[in-house]
Design a protein around this ligand. Structure first.
Ligand code: ZN
Length: 366
């Protein structure tokens, strides 16, 4: 008889249900991970609403914290029972895209089914959990290419302390890294949701000394100050572009990080930049963008626009968990709620509507 597990599956727009699924078989390069804690991401809400298409019946979620239940025959360097995380993005690190330095855009495993050209690059395809393969909102998840993707959790760190590493911290920090921050810089971060908060913390770690956090929610702005923002602006109370120009003496910010994914925040990010400044974009956009001509100096302003998908891989995860272990940043404060996997539908409802000061919800299968 096949052993079964519980999983949160996408049934159709606005419908996620707990279903029984077989516990996956382990191939030579895979690992089966027993999930002890996972969470819900803003991207999962896009999927729930039908704004980002995935296959019906797919298990959602891409932020795994757990224990190795079973290792594939070819996987070296780990032991069953070990506490591990895996990145939300878990590409094949032997692929051309990964060797070319853009592992998150690896679609090598889609070539055989003709969903990706022979070159093996496909934008966002490094994101497999809860997108191309069954995800982490379940009792177990199969981690592909385990040797490149499983990262052991350092002793003494709780599930909650490392829960941000697979996606939120990796993405937010990448936004700061992509902003070309130098010591003493002024950085503006548009939106202080979980990813914007991590971008704020990352900007501080990289040496920015005037960090301006923007949001419409005063509670989130208060947390932004605790995470490293020197100044916070509520866009409901002021013209944020004018305010940044005033704060920088008319020069503009060295860089802006867009952490929401709307046309208006993208344009504002462009408008606050100094000539030669960098716009680091993290948002997931759902429509065409426009570049404001004057702010863009008609294309002659030496501006840079960088985009990114969350970096994955065991070395990235090791570094992020090292930041947590060092005490430089405390992301445990972002875990505001806890739900059982059985109650995940209610957790989605809370998270999607941003009720009760929610930032991130720890989801526990047991
Ligand atoms: Zn995510």
């Amino acid at each position: 008889m096949t052993a079964m597990m519980k999983a949160a599956i996408f049934v159709g727009p606005n419908r996620i249900e707990i279903a029984d699924k077989p516990i996956p078989d382990v191939g030579p390069n895979d690992a089966l991970m027993r999930i002890t804690t996972t969470t819900i991401c803003g991207t999962d809400v896009h999927i729930l609403k039908g704004e980002y298409p995935v296959a019906k019946g797919l298990t959602l979620g891409h932020e795994p914290v757990g224990v190795i239940e079973k290792l594939g025959s070819a996987v070296q360097g780990y032991r069953e029972g070990q506490r591990v995380i895996a990145g939300a993005i878990c590409p094949n690190f032997n692929s051309y895209a990964a060797q070319d330095g853009v592992a998150s855009q690896d679609g090598s495993y889609l070539v055989a089914s003709e969903r990706c050209g022979g070159h093996g690059y496909k934008a966002t395809a490094g994101w497999r959990f809860g997108n191309l393969i069954d995800g982490t909102q379940a009792e177990y998840v199969l981690v592909p290419d385990a040797e490149g993707n499983l990262a052991p959790i350092p002793d003494g760190l709780s599930d909650e302390q490392v829960l941000m590493c697979p996606d939120i911290m990796s993405t937010g920090f990448k936004g700061a890294e992509n902003a070309n921050i130098k010591i003493g810089d002024t950085v503006v971060i548009f939106a202080q949701g979980p990813i914007g908060l991590c971008a704020t913390a990352g900007a501080r770690l990289l040496g920015a000394t005037t960090i301006i956090g923007i949001d419409g929610n005063d509670h989130r702005l208060e947390i932004a100050r605790a995470m490293g923002a020197d100044i916070t602006l509520n866009y409901k109370n002021c013209d944020v572009v004018a305010e940044v120009m005033k704060l920088t003496g008319g020069k503009g910010a060295d860089s802006a990080i867009e952490a929401l994914g709307t046309r208006s925040t993208f344009e504002s990010s462009m408008r606050v930049l100094k000539p030669g400044g960098t716009l680091s974009s993290l948002g997931v956009y759902s429509g065409d963008l426009a570049i404001p001509l004057v702010a863009f100096a008609a294309g002659l302003g030496d501006h840079r626009i960088n985009t990114a998908l969350c970096p994955g891989g065991k070395e990235r995860m090791r570094r992020l968990m090292n930041v947590v272990a060092s005490g430089r940043v405390d992301l445990g404060v972002m875990v505001t709620h806890q739900y059982k996997l059985d109650d995940i539908v209610a957790a989605y409802e809370l998270f999607a509507n941003q009720r009760d000061g929610v930032l991130k919800i720890a989801i526990k299968p047991h």
